[in-house]
Design a protein around this ligand. Sequence first.
Ligand SMILES: [Zn+2]
Length: 392
Amino acid sequence: MKRKLILFIALILSISSISAACVNETFGENNNPTEAEDIEVHFIDVGQADSILIKSSTGKNMLIDAGNNDDEDLIYSYLKDKGIETLDVVVGTHPHEDHIGGLDTVINNFDVKKIYMPKVSNNTKTFEDVLLATKNKGLKITTPTSGDNFELGNAKCTMLAPNSSTYDELNNYSIVIKLEYEDTSFLFTGDAEGISEQEMLNKGYDLSADVLKVGHHGSESSTTELFLEAVSPKHAVIMVGKDNSYGHPHDIILQRLKENNINVYRTDKSETIIATTDGKDITIDKNALDIELNNKSDIIIQNIDKKSETVTIKNNSSEDVNLDSWKIISIKGNQEYTFPAYTLKAGESVTVASGDEEGDLIWGQGNIWNNSESDPGELYDNLGNLIHRYED
Ligand SMILES: [Zn+2]
């Protein structure tokens, strides 16, 4: 008898979860519709990872990502400390550890009403832990459809990505959510890269937002120029770990934000950052940072064309630089190129070619980059200081 009852409840739960996957849902009611609502967006400092708590004064809460596995205790304590018991919506933007690491703990310890994750799996224990926690709680994962929206208190949340069913790169499966509350808006991009950004542009979505959670920890793979132009944020938050090994955020992105006069906030510099909106104005509890490029020098690897075997080095500074004894390293093959005496004039670039390609300078006859998917390049000065790291 008891067993039948449990089965029956499980059936009801799964049916309700299927029907709840549709659009225009409301998570709870605003008990005091006439009372002004404040929405706080907490960009929780979880190092080189993402975790964002959206807490509405009407008692509706959403968590986007839950840091690395090691951040479980931190996130648990943070949420408890803020008086969170219920999470109306939990989003695992994509199944990389730095986004879903603490999700199992969150699911196990809070009253989670709804979980959104993209339709893609990852063959890791971290991912399996999330599935197990979800199952144990009798919850179902909902796969969002781009364009769907739901309400969180008085705020409207719209899913803007992913827009394709398959991608080569897990990052591009990232669920992207735009939150709008009266005159204010936020865009949460997970680790969505250029491909996904272009898809959102192609869809003709209104991407404009006051606050942009910068995609993929400020990597060069995201925050493409056209996308940034469309979002046109006043404020940008980069969630990034101190001295992370990826070289995030990339100077090119910092420079791009600077050129667009966007206020930049970083969790590696300011720790947890809280933005509060009353629907009219957004206040942020930390000061915007002066853009400090990671590299003392403004000499960067502007591009590595892995197909045509050409590296482009650009001098963004206002002074000429002698590249004598500087080095370019291909990380994957651990190949090294040492510059001859060569003056790279201010504002100009130089190409270093390998294989049969033509360039200003020649690395050698052998192919270095081999059109490989992932092969970062690093630029070192004559004293062996890392000047710039290029990834794509
Ligand atoms: Zn990430």
